[in-house]
Design a binder for this molecule. Structure first.
Ligand code: ADP
Ligand code: MG
Length: 252
């Protein structure tokens, strides 16, 4: 579904991502690990069109099987190709309700503007509302539907951000440290939903995760970054045994 081919980007003197390649078959869960500053989020920013790489290419296989070069496309155009993401630092509208934050996820490719998605224009609203309610049920967010995003606990905010990404009905979903800051119980609940998203909704996933144990329990393949470079790629077992990974990451 996704092929990342020799991607490099620099910021001033720093090579944040350095000649990174990998590919991801449809339906799988790929994990990305690496110490702080190793280029994980930057890689997401390149895949989703926020940054343009100085070299390398990104290819996405579309629903009809056609391969599309998406390198350097604008974020909203990549979103329309059904690639969605969540952010390391949650980006919700604090003074909107949970349901309205989720409805905003529908804006990206169904409606002309934010006002129509929030119900000021009846045409698309019913369908968008139904889809959002389905996701609320799926993620067990019913109790928080009409709470303001600013008033709900971190674990729920993370779920709402996930819900908003799901509202885009993505084929490929990128999660940037979805369980960071969560308690042990919240983490296992989140992992359960991630598995459901993969298995029941058939969504392909890339997950950045700091905790190697957490990612090992759900990813089929993991790649490890260090200093912008891919230093290892393999199954969770192979990654945990890899000497480079132990040196740069686990030994930290
Ligand atoms: P990670 O997500 O693995 O912690 P990042 O991808 O956020 O790492 O950052 C990788 C490196 O790129 C860091 O040195 C960071 O400071 C740098 N970087 C990322 N984005 C920018 C930017 N917009 N401007 C300057 N430097 C950046
Ligand atoms: Mg990051």
């Amino acid at each position: 579904m996704l092929k990342v081919d020799r991607i490099t980007i620099t910021f001033g003197g720093i090579t944040a991502v350095n000649d990174v390649s990998f590919y991801l078959p449809e339906g799988e869960i790929l994990g990305i690990i690496g110490p702080n500053g190793s280029g994980k989020t930057t890689l997401f920013n390149i895949i989703t069109g926020i940054y343009r790489p100085i070299s390398g290419k990104i290819f996405l296989t579309l629903e009809d099987g056609k391969v599309r070069d998406i390198t350097g496309l604008k974020p909203h155009r990549i979103a329309r190709l059904k690639v969605a993401r969540t952010f390391q630092n949650i980006k919700l509208f604090g003074y909107l309700t949970v349901i309205d934050n989720i409805l905003l996820g529908r804006n990206l490719y169904y409606s002309k503007n934010i006002l129509s998605v929030l119900g000021f224009e009846a045409k698309d609203y019913k369908n968008n509302r139904e889809k959002s309610e389905e996701i609320i049920d799926f993620l067990d967010l019913k109790a928080y539907r009409y709470s303001l995003a600013k008033d709900i606990p971190l674990g729920i905010r993370k779920k709402v951000e996930l819900a908003r990404a799901l509202a885009q009905q993505p084929r490929l979903l990128l999660l940037d440290e979805p369980t960071s800051g969560l308690t042990y119980e919240e983490k296992s609940e989140f992992l359960y939903y991630i598995k459901e998203i993969n298995e029941k909704l058939g969504i392909t996933l890339i997950i950045i995760e700091h905790d190697v144990k957490v990612i090992s329990s759900i990813a089929k393949k993991i790649i490890a970054l260090n200093d912008g470079k891919k230093i290892a790629e393999g199954t969770p077992d192979e990654i945990l045994k890899n000497p480079e990974v132990i040196k740069s990451y686990l030994g930290e």
